[in-house]
Design a protein. Structure first.
Length: 154
């Protein structure tokens, strides 16, 4: 049986905090305050966590190295996010697709407004790539399976 990948680029405190920020902002802060800050908080969170999430999903279906997965996730995020922010028809189509996917889960209310000023948060996609690289460089190297014979010291 194949073991699931650990997905350390996404299952880490900072990306999960971004997911939590988006959830809190969308559920409570936007309805309560509905201002410029709450309008951008979810965009900041999405641009940071989505490339890492997509990278983690790719680890389930590919054997790509993390850098390649994260680059693919960043590229997909940048293209999708830009399309949604500059085109209301693209945003409407995306919401319609989410309704189909969300219906079995009881999620039916999706709304996206094309707002080119939200593109100010796009650099967070690059920050997510950098975050993944830094995390990977700090992780211990897994053993290769080679062992040193007894009495031999490398």
């Amino acid at each position: 049986m194949r073991r699931l990948p650990s997905m350390p680029e996404f299952l880490a405190p900072l990306p999960l905090a971004a997911v939590a920020l988006m959830a809190v902002n969308d559920q409570w802060l936007k309805p309560a305050f509905h201002n410029a800050l709450t309008g951008k908080l979810s965009d900041v969170a999405i641009c940071f966590f989505l490339p890492l999430y997509l990278s983690a999903l790719l680890s389930l279906v590919t054997r790509w190295p993390r850098a390649a997965r994260t680059a693919a996730g960043a590229g997909l995020t940048a293209i999708l996010y830009t399309a949604l922010k500059v085109s209301q028809p693209a945003a409407d189509l995306f919401c319609e697709a989410l309704r189909v996917v969300g219906a079995p889960l009881g999620l039916r209310h999706f709304r996206a407004v094309a707002d080119p000023t939200d593109l100010i948060t796009l650099p967070l996609v690059g920050l997510a790539v950098l975050y993944s690289r830094v995390r990977e460089s700090c992780e211990p190297v897994p053993p290769t399976g080679l062992t040193t014979p007894p009495g031999v010291h490398p």
